[in-house]
Design a protein around this ligand. Structure first.
Ligand SMILES: Cc1cc2nc3c(=O)[nH]c(=O)nc-3n(C[C@H](O)[C@H](O)[C@H](O)COP(=O)(O)OP(=O)(O)OC[C@H]3O[C@@H](n4cnc5c(N)ncnc54)[C@H](O)[C@@H]3O)c2cc1C
Length: 436
């Protein structure tokens, strides 16, 4: 009798403890299923750049990958298996990989055979044109640590194979782009005593220069050749740029700025690399040009006015203004958030889709809070049709809107330099002919 009582109490206690977990699990499961359905409709479960690939035969649905991802709902557990919920949010931290206890997840580019935006490269980031390399974000993988690792690997390969140039007019390596990938390539060339030149259209720093002021940059410990380890997991934009500036000074890197490269032609013994006003010769070329290319313009009347910009470096310079931000990605949302926090600004954000769906969780939370507080006015399903001196005109699916305006920030992405790469003879995934 006594043991029955003990068992009954134990069973009741068990149920009391179990029920909240069960309810939480059910709620989470329902949420994941709904988000997965929504993601299917929006087409964001397909690979774009880096992406988590799940091996269903190994996945045990434990959710470690979901918990490990710093970007929010890239992954979820649906019917006992890890599933992509918002693949566009994956920026390649790859924390899910070591978190998975059974090795069922891998972050990468996956099968690129139908990808017209991913160049075909070998293990050393060499293209199909011998001596021509593509490193960093241009190759499809984002993140500073990937850019550093790839810049190093490519130039180490060149150092191993180099038939060094005896002609001082022909460098061993010409590197195009002075972001993290190109700077690392230059350091590696220096380390291996290769003659090299690093050229860029702008000052060194790459995309980091375009980050908003004081942005926190997430990295993982990574070894920079000659310099040593980047130890911390977070740096401010300014601190990171200072490190690169110190590296450039300390190692006296050979950099020429103000050169926007327009073509690379293979000659018998060297590459001829040209822009409008100069040309360079080198035995190998490393393209580290990133993917941002030229900012995409909207092509609307009034876009050539001074009040229209394609990046926002310092939100603090704008107060008491009517501002329109155009776009729905992280850059647009971060700009809208920064501007809405300044005194007296009235910020609207125009996006052609019905909601923000490809932004980081942190940005989503921030913008939603500002929308609820009335500090940002979202105008979904809208297109900017005209920019007037004191206002902007937007077409929504319901009406035409005229709103007062002092500044417009357009974040419609960049036009990546793929055409130029194809002209150099580089093949992309989608260009490859199927094997017989
Ligand atoms: C808003 C934002 C936030 C980010 N936050 C993070 C983060 O927190 N952590 C992280 O790891 N990554 C982050 N990233 C990604 C990271 O910045 C990139 O992956 C990294 O900078 C890529 O380095 P890269 O050297 O390949 O190219 P880039 O840094 O893009 O550098 C390319 C360089 O090539 C030059 N170039 C381009 N075309 C030519 C040409 N024709 N001729 C001459 N020069 C040319 C450009 O001027 C540029 O200097 C972020 C990106 C953005 C946009």
């Amino acid at each position: 009798m006594e043991s029955l009582l003990i068992w009954s109490i134990a069973a009741i206690m068990g149920i009391i403890i179990f029920i909240p977990y069960f309810l939480k699990f059910r709620k989470q499961q329902k949420n994941f299923i709904e988000r997965r359905k929504e993601a299917e409709t929006l087409g964001i479960i397909k690979p774009q750049a880096q992406f988590p690939f799940i091996d269903d035969s190994l996945c045990i649905g434990c959710g470690s990958c979901v918990a490990a991802c710093p970007e929010g709902d890239v992954l979820g557990i649906v019917y006992g298996k890890a599933r992509i919920i918002n693949g566009l949010r994956c920026v390649g931290h790859a924390r899910c990989e070591p978190a998975c206890p059974v090795g069922a997840i891998k972050v990468g580019l996956g099968d690129i055979s139908s990808r017209e935006d991913i160049p075909i490269l070998d293990m050393d980031y060499q293209t199909g044109v011998p001596g021509l390399f593509v490193v960093g974000e241009l190759g499809g993988l984002s993140l500073i640590r990937n850019a550093i690792a790839q810049g190093k690997t490519a130039v180490e390969k060149i150092a191993r194979d180099a038939h060094r140039s005896n002609d001082p007019a022909i460098k061993d390596v010409l590197i195009v782009g002075a972001g993290p990938a190109g700077l690392t390539a230059a350091l590696t060339a220096q380390k291996h005593n290769l003659s090299y030149l690093l050229v860029d259209q702008q000052s060194p720093g790459g995309t980091i220069l375009q980050y908003p002021r004081r942005k926190l940059v997430m990295t993982q410990p990574v070894e920079i050749p000659l310099y040593g380890k980047l130890q911390k997991s977070e740096y401010s934009k300014e601190a990171l740029l200072e490190i690169w500036e110190k590296i450039i000074d300390d190692f006296d890197l050979q950099i020429a700025t103000g050169h926007k490269i327009a073509s690379v032609q293979k000659h018998e013994d060297f590459f001829l690399v040209k822009n409008e006003r100069s040309e360079f010769r080198a035995r190998s070329v490393v393209l580290a040009m990133g993917r941002r290319g030229t900012p995409r313009k909207l092509g609307v009347p009034g876009e050539d006015q001074k009040k229209v910009a394609y990046q926002l470096i310092d939100a603090k310079s704008y107060t008491n203004n009517h501002v329109l931000v155009v776009g729905g990605g992280d850059s647009a949302v971060e700009a809208a958030v920064g501007l809405a926090r300044q005194k007296g600004n009235k910020v609207s954000i125009s996006y052609r889709k019905s909601q923000f769906f490809r932004i980081k969780k942190k940005n989503e939370d921030r913008i939603n809070l500002l929308i609820r507080e009335g500090k940002v006015q979202p105008i979904f399903n809208s297109n900017l049709t005209e920019i007037l001196p004191d206002s902007v005109r937007l077409k929504t699916n319901k009406a035409m809107l005229d709103i007062p305006n002092d500044f417009v920030f357009v974040f419609a992405g960049g036009i990546p330099p793929f055409k130029m790469l194809r002209e150099m003879g580089i093949t992309f995934g989608g260009d490859a002919k199927p094997l017989d």
